[in-house]
Design a protein around this ligand. Structure first.
Ligand SMILES: *Cc1c(COP(=O)(O)O)cnc(C)c1O
Length: 219
């Protein structure tokens, strides 16, 4: 079932991309594995998934440690959930890209831990594009200042912006807002936006990375 679901998701990506003349090969499909078993994750990997997204440090470590080094090495690991500063040490050890940097303090801690292992940690800044109080992230207005502060952190590289659209309404205005922020600040930055229910809209709005869980594991 997982294999068919992945094919279906890739098919949906191809359809939007051909409609708007984007190269589907340039869209990174992050397979979100929160709450899934190792067997399910292995099946996804067997079906060609190369990017794994987790949103809890603890769960990520369990899966990471359960995999052979050979398997792990073929994958890119993405942290997509809120990261506590005291977990930054583990995070820099296993993640290739941390999508959820939501404070300058967290960035400083990531920088400190990355320096200890001689790594330049790639990160995205999470942006609260909607006023929902439950979400973490920088307000759009706070991004230029946060970015300036992070320029001084030698072991962090900001690669772009991430957002989560609010539930139960059209995601389009929120994705458009993130794109505009990116275009204004740094056209080279990547965008991470779009989940199972709204990844097609995100692709239309120019995202580089989509994060898909349910459409892969539940169909
Ligand atoms: C769970 C989650 C996703 C995937 O959501 P689905 O609706 O299962 O596709 C994407 N991004 C984040 C930050 C998530 O927590």
């Amino acid at each position: 079932m997982i294999t068919e679901n992945i094919q279906r998701v890739r098919g949906r990506i191809d359809v939007v991309c051909s409609k708007i003349k984007r190269d589907p090969g340039k869209i990174t499909l992050v397979c979100v594995v929160k709450g899934r078993s190792l067997a399910e994750v292995q099946e996804a990997i067997g079906s060609g998934i190369k990017d794994i997204g987790e949103n809890r440090m603890q769960e990520a470590l369990l899966k990471y440690n359960d995999m052979s080094q050979a398997t792990r090495g073929t994958l890119k690991w993405h942290m997509i959930g809120h990261l506590q500063s005291n977990k930054a040490k583990d995070a820099v050890r296993i993640f290739d890209l941390i999508h959820s940097v939501d404070s300058v303090n967290l960035a400083q801690e990531i920088n400190k831990q990355a320096a200890k292992i001689n790594k330049t940690q790639e990160v995205l800044l999470e942006v609260k594009t909607s006023p929902e109080s439950t979400k973490s992230g920088f307000s759009p207005e706070a991004i230029p200042d946060a970015r300036a502060k992070m320029l001084g952190l030698g072991n962090i590289k900001v690669r772009g912006l991430m957002t989560i659209a609010p539930l139960g309404e059209s995601a389009q205005p929120y994705f458009a807002r993130l794109r505009k922020l990116r275009d204004d600040l740094n056209p080279e930055w990547l965008l991470s936006m779009g989940m199972s229910d709204d990844f097609e809209v995100a692709i239309e709005e120019g995202t580089d990375i989509i994060r898909v869980g349910r459409a892969i594991f539940e169909g």
